[in-house]
Write a protein that binds this ligand. Structure first.
Ligand SMILES: Cc1ncc(COP(=O)(O)O)c(C=O)c1O
Length: 469
């Protein structure tokens, strides 16, 4: 997978270690006259002073623009092959009531995958009919809650779940619309995809059983079969893997279409973004067109109607809209085989961004409080946790004079950072602030030490003064 530290062994010394690489930072990001980073019209120094650090900053305009552009691209592509499309925002990337409202206003449906995510979407006032519900092990309570809420499409992930969902829908006196998640055997990541005959993973059912299980779904009067669903991976830079997956799915779709209606085909999410300069995902318009063409060809060859399409992007909507601000605590030069590396330790780490620890994911960082004429130095931005692997940015060049007390910003942290955050070392999770048009607005408050103590039923003493806020 690109955007990993291993891929950046060849990281070049930048001509300007203050420069904001286009595509990596939100489109609104720039430096003001003082050299401070500005996002959504608000400068990083002001944000840090008002909300503290670490701080997740989400550019609302960027989220909305990406949602609208994605919808427009797929609607145009779908119309060109005589069909329609629904774009579900995959809430697992980042979910709060604010983003549910933003994407709904931009015409997107929302995909959730737990009772908690469902509760957030409903609390935002989302139309239940515009929600999808995923998960390989939904509890009976989650299924009941989704059915009773009137969720528009529930994705059945296993044979066992057919009976569970059918029973829950019958009890609720409803007909539940469902998709069947299958494994197409295509695994895609960035430029490449791998196509295998068998799957060894927890999600979905094997493609060979799609027809049998689709018919089983149809046999339940409390279920309405919408069609097949497949998600081939994440951080995918072009249409080829989706096209191969669609081709495989359409063979089973056609077999099911011979015996009953199959109105839809859901090809999942996974569109890639640029985390570092040099990451080069194809424009979403090209991806949409490439997939639509593959679907049209597959349907034509089989003599079947083109189904309505659905997609579930998460990262590509919210990832590039996020920037995390940290305050530098210590700077430590360490001799390595490659020369000197400066460990820049910040006031967050793997608890607010687990992606390096989980996947070796790579990121870009810049000094946010000023620009500097100092030459570039190789740095590793480390967190404050008790793990040697607590790294936020493995390799980056920052001005050599980066110093304690200064602000550092990490780009493209909108997806899978806040949603994967933890309380490791009892570090409270940071707030999320939305910026737009020069205004900053808290959308998720940060945790406090008092929050942490409140959950510990044995806690007696109050928090030491000065750290409870
Ligand atoms: C079923 C499903 N749909 C959509 C997504 C969203 O993927 P991405 O955020 O890469 O677009 C995921 C991510 O894991 C997923 O599992």
């Amino acid at each position: 997978m690109a955007s990993t530290a291993a891929d950046r062994r060849t990281l070049e010394v930048p001509a300007d270690p203050n420069a904001l690489a286009p595509g990596v930072w939100p489109a609104s990001a720039h430096r003001d006259d003082e050299g401070r980073l500005v996002v959504g019209g608000v400068d990083a120094q002001a944000l840090a002073a008002r909300f503290g650090t670490p701080l997740y900053v989400l550019d609302e305009g960027e989220v909305r623009e990406r949602a609208a552009r994605t919808r427009a691209a797929f609607e145009r592509a779908a119309a060109s092959i005589g069909t329609d499309v629904t774009i579900y925002y995959a809430g697992k990337a980042f979910l709060s009531t604010a983003i549910v409202r933003w994407v709904a206003e931009e015409g997107l449906a929302v995909d959730v995958c737990s009772g908690g995510e469902l509760a957030i979407a409903l609390a935002a006032g989302a139309d239940p009919a515009r929600l999808g519900f995923h998960g390989n092990n939904k509890s009976e309570d989650e299924i009941r809650a989704a059915v009773e809420a009137g969720v528009g499409a529930l994705v059945i992930d296993s044979e066992i779940e057919i009976e569970r969902v059918a029973a829950a829908a019958a009890r609720a006196g409803r007909v539940q619309r469902v998709r069947l998640r299958v494994n197409s055997g295509v695994h895609a990541s960035t430029h490449d995809f791998l196509a295998t005959a068998h799957e060894d993973q927890k999600f979905g059912v094997t493609l060979a059983r799609a027809v049998e299980l689709g018919e089983r779904i149809r046999s339940h009067p409390s279920l309405e079969f919408l069609g097949l669903h497949c998600h081939i991976g994440s951080q995918i830079f072009d249409a080829a893997g989706f096209a191969e997956s669609a081709e495989r799915l359409l063979a089973e779709h056609a077999a099911l279409a011979a015996t009953g209606p199959v109105p839809e085909l859901n090809l999942g999410g996974g569109f890639g973004i640029a985390y570092v300069a040099g990451d080069d995902p194809a424009p979403i318009e090209r991806i949409a067109t490439g997939i639509a063409e593959a679907v049209a060809v597959g349907c034509r060859e089989r003599g079947i109607a083109v189904p309505k399409l659905a997609f579930e992007p998460g990262r590509s909507i919210v990832g590039p809209a996020g920037v995390t601000l940290y305050t530098v605590g210590t700077v430590k030069p360490v001799p390595t085989d490659e020369g000197w590396r400066h460990y820049v330790s910040v006031d967050g780490g793997m608890s607010d961004n687990a992606r390096f620890a989980l996947y070796g994911a790579d990121y870009s960082a810049r000094l946010a409080s000023r620009v500097s004429d100092a030459p570039a130095a190789l740095v590793r931005i480390a967190g404050k946790h008790c793990e040697a692997g607590d790294i936020v940015v493995d390799r980056e060049y920052l001005p050599h004079d980066v110093a304690p007390g200064e602000l550092v910003a990490v780009a493209a942290t909108g997806a899978y950072c806040w949603s994967l955050a933890s309380n490791y070392n009892h570090v409270p999770r940071p707030p999320v602030v939305a910026v737009r048009g020069g205004e900053a607005r808290l959308i998720v408050r940060g945790e406090t030490i008092a929050d942490l103590l409140a959950r510990d039923v044995g806690a007696e003493a109050i928090a030491p003064e000065g750290i409870a806020e």
